[in-house]
Write a protein that binds this ligand. Structure first.
Ligand SMILES: Cc1cc2nc3c(=O)[nH]c(=O)nc-3n(C[C@H](O)[C@H](O)[C@H](O)COP(=O)(O)OP(=O)(O)OC[C@H]3O[C@@H](n4cnc5c(N)ncnc54)[C@H](O)[C@@H]3O)c2cc1C
Length: 535
C-alpha cells in the first residue's frame, strides 16, 4: 500500500473508533491547526480530537498498523516554536486538548495530577474555588495554554518553581506499541509516593518524555509552590548601558545570597520594555524599518524607561521579604537607580490612580502602571494575557474578540531562547551580538535575560516581524539562523528550539544523536510518534 492509501485507511479506522466528528481530514486539519507564528507550513494528513485518555492506545495501534505518524499536542499553542505543527510533513495531529480532568489534588502537600488539556487558567480557577493556597506555575503565554505541553518542552516562568519540568514528579504515557509507561515507584510503592518524590526508584525515566516524542503523555503530577505570605516585585533601572556588567554581578550576588526568597530576576533592554509599553511607531522608522536610536531615547524619556530595566520577584514570610529588600538595596547600590519593591495590591492601586489622572503623560503612565499591575498578577500565580500583545506589536491587523491567539491573528514571531552564562563579559558579548545581528535583518533587538539559577540566564529574543510580508518572513528566518550560529560561537545555545530548528540541531550532534537514535529505535522503530522531534 502506498502512503496515500494507508493514510486514508487509517483515517477511516480512526473514524470508526472515535466517531466522524473527531477526525479531521487534511483540509480541515490545516484550517484548524495550520497557522504558525513563524509562517511555517506543513502538509497534514489530518487531525484527531481525543475525548478520553483510554482512546490513545487504540489510536496508536491504528497509526502503527498503517504506519501513519502522529504528532501529539496538549493545547497546541507552542507560539514562536511551531505552534501546533509537527517537525515533518505528513503527520496526523493528535489533539489532547479535550482531556481536561484534574485527576487528583493533594490539598495538604500541594501536588496536582492532571490531563494534557488542563490549562493554566483552569488550574487557577480550581485553586481559587477550593481556596487552596498554591500558585499556578504561570508563563507569559497566557491562561489558555497547557501545563503539560509547557513542562514537556521544559518551559519556565517566574513564580517560585521557575523550572516547570523541575516541578514534575510523575507521569504516565502511551508508547508507540500501544503499551503504557508507568514509573517504577508508582508500581512498587504506590501512587501517593510517586506523586511526592521526583526521582522514583531505579533509572530515572521521566525526563525521557520531555523534548523527545518518546511517548504520548496522558497524565502528569506537578508540585505547586505554596502561596507565600508576601509577594513582591523588585523593580530597578540602569541609567546607562555601561552598567550592565556590574548589574549582572549584583544580580548573581543577590541570587546567591537569597536562595528561595528571590524567585528570579529579569534584565530587559530599553527597546524590549518599550515594545510592551509604547505603540509601534510606524511613521518614524528608518530605511531598514527599525526605530532609530534617537527616537528610542525620545520614547524612553516620554515613557520614563532607561537603557535597562530589572524586574524580579520576592516570595516568603513578610519579615523575611523585608529583610531581603534591605539586602537587595545594599547589593544594588551604586549600580541601580529607581529601586522599588511593589506588592500586587500596591501596583493595582497605582494603576487605579494613574487611570484617573488627566493629560497625555498620565495616559502613558496609566498604560505603564496597568501593564505593571498585570505583570504582578502573573508573579502572584494568576495567569493573564499581558505578555501576548508583544506579538501584535508589528502586526497591522486589528485584535479580534476573545482570547488572543497570535498564530490565528497573523502575528509574526519566532523565539530565539539561548542559555547565557551569568558572567558579565559573556552577557556583554551576547548582547552586542544580538544588537548587531537582529537589525541587519530588519528585526528590533528586544532583549530579556531571565535568571534560571545563580549561574545562568536564559535570554529570550522575540524575533517579531510582519507575517504577511514574505520578505520579512524570510528575513526573520535568516535572523534566527544567524543568531543561533553566532550565539553558538560565543558559547550560548537555546534551551529549546522550534519545529523547523530540529534539522539544524541534529546537524550539530554526534554521539548524543546515536544514543538518541538507539533509544528511539527501541521505543518506536516505525517512527510513528512525533518523528524528527529533537533528533
Ligand atoms: C508572548 C509569549 C510569551 C510566552 N511566554 C512563555 C513563558 O513564559 N514560558 C514558556 O515556557 N513559554 C512561553 N511561551 C511559549 C509557548 O507559547 C508556551 O510554552 C506554551 O505553553 C506552549 O504551548 P502549549 O502549552 O499549548 O503546548 P503544546 O503546543 O501543546 O506542546 C508543546 C510541545 O510538546 C509536545 N507535547 C505536548 N503535549 C504532549 C503530550 N501530551 N505528549 C507528548 N508530547 C506532547 C509536542 O511536541 C508539542 O509540540 C510564550 C509565547 C508567547 C507568544
Amino acid at each position: 500500500m502506498d502512503f496515500i492509501t494507508r493514510s486514508s485507511a487509517a483515517l477511516q479506522a480512526w473514524r470508526d473508533l472515535l466517531g466522524p466528528a473527531q477526525v479531521l481530514d487534511s483540509d480541515l486539519a490545516w484550517r484548524e491547526y495550520g497557522a504558525d507564528t513563524s509562517g511555517l507550513q506543513r502538509r497534514l494528513v489530518g487531525a484527531l480530537r481525543v475525548q478520553d485518555a483510554e482512546q490513545v492506545a487504540p489510536i496508536v495501534a491504528i497509526a502503527a498498523r498503517y504506519e501513519v505518524p502522529l504528532y501529539p499536542i496538549s493545547t497546541g499553542k507552542n507560539w514562536g516554536y511551531g505552534t501546533a505543527l509537527p517537525v515533518r510533513d505528513d503527520c496526523v495531529i493528535l489533539d489532547l486538548g479535550a482531556l481536561r480532568r484534574i485527576i487528583h489534588f493533594d490539598a495538604e502537600l500541594g501536588v496536582v495530577t492532571l490531563e494534557p488539556g488542563v490549562t493554566q487558567g483552569q488550574l487557577a480557577d480550581f485553586l481559587d474555588q477550593g481556596g487552596h493556597p498554591f500558585l499556578v506555575p504561570v508563563t507569559g503565554a497566557g491562561p489558555h495554554c497547557s501545563l503539560i505541553g509547557n513542562a514537556l518542552e521544559r518551559g519556565y516562568g517566574i513564580t517560585p518553581y521557575t523550572d516547570h519540568f523541575g516541578a514534575v514528579t510523575d507521569l504516565e504515557a502511551v508508547l508507540a506499541d500501544g503499551s503504557s509507561y508507568r514509573s517504577a515507584l508508582r508500581e512498587a510503592g504506590g501512587e501517593d509516593l510517586a506523586r511526592l518524590f521526583r526521582w522514583g526508584i531505579g533509572p530515572y525515566f521521566t525526563g525521557l518524555f520531555t523534548q523527545s516524542g518518546f511517548g504520548i503523555v496522558t497524565r502528569m503530577s506537578i508540585q505547586l509552590a505554596r502561596r507565600p505570605e508576601c509577594v513582591k516585585a523588585i523593580l530597578f533601572s540602569l541609567k546607562e548601558d555601561a552598567l550592565l556588567e556590574a548589574a549582572v554581578e549584583r544580580v548573581r550576588l543577590i541570587l546567591q545570597r537569597l536562595p528561595g526568597i528571590v524567585g528570579g530576576i529579569n534584565l530587559m533592554n530599553q527597546r524590549r520594555v518599550l515594545a510592551m509599553t509604547a505603540p509601534f511607531p510606524v511613521d518614524r522608522l528608518d530605511e531598514r524599518g527599525l526605530i532609530p536610536e534617537a527616537f528610542v531615547r525620545q520614547l524612553g524619556a516620554q515613557y520614563q524607561i532607561l537603557p535597562w530595566t530589572g524586574f524580579g520577584t520576592l516570595y516568603g514570610p513578610r519579615r523575611l521579604v523585608i529583610a531581603a529588600q534591605r539586602e537587595i538595596r545594599q547589593a544594588l547600590s551604586g549600580v541601580a537607580s529607581r529601586l522599588l519593591f511593589l506588592s500586587p495590591e500596591q501596583a493595582s492601586t497605582l494603576s487605579g490612580i494613574a487611570r484617573r489622572l488627566p493629560g497625555g503623560f498620565a495616559r502613558r503612565l496609566a498604560h505603564t502602571t496597568g501593564t505593571l499591575a498585570k505583570s504582578l498578577e502573573l508573579v502572584a500565580g494568576r495567569p493573564n494575557e499581558t505578555a501576548l500583545p508583544l506579538c501584535y506589536w508589528r502586526n497591522p491587523r486589528p485584535l479580534t474578540d476573545g482570547p488572543l491567539d497570535p498564530a490565528r491573528d497573523g502575528c509574526g514571531l519566532r523565539w530565539y531562547a539561548p542559555l547565557v552564562p551569568m558572567r558579565p563579559e559573556a552577557v556583554r558579548a551576547y548582547v552586542e551580538m544580538v544588537k548587531r545581528i537582529a537589525p541587519a535583518h530588519g528585526i528590533e533587538p528586544l532583549i530579556t535575560l531571565t535568571s534560571i539559577s545563580d549561574r545562568i540566564f536564559d535570554s529570550t529574543i522575540p524575533v517579531v516581524f510582519q507575517r504577511d510580508d514574505a520578505t520579512a518572513q524570510a528575513a526573520a528566518s535568516a535572523c534566527y539562523a544567524e543568531l543561533l550560529e553566532a550565539g553558538r560561537g560565543l558559547g550560548c545555545f537555546p534551551y529549546r528550539v522550534g519545529v523547523d530548528g530540529m534539522d539544524r540541531l541534529e546537524g550539530l550532534l554526534g554521539e548524543s544523536r546515536t544514543f538518541h537514535a538507539r533509544l528511539r529505535g527501541a521505543f518506536d522503530p516505525q517512527g510513528i510518534l512525533a518523528p524528527g522531534r529533537y533528533g
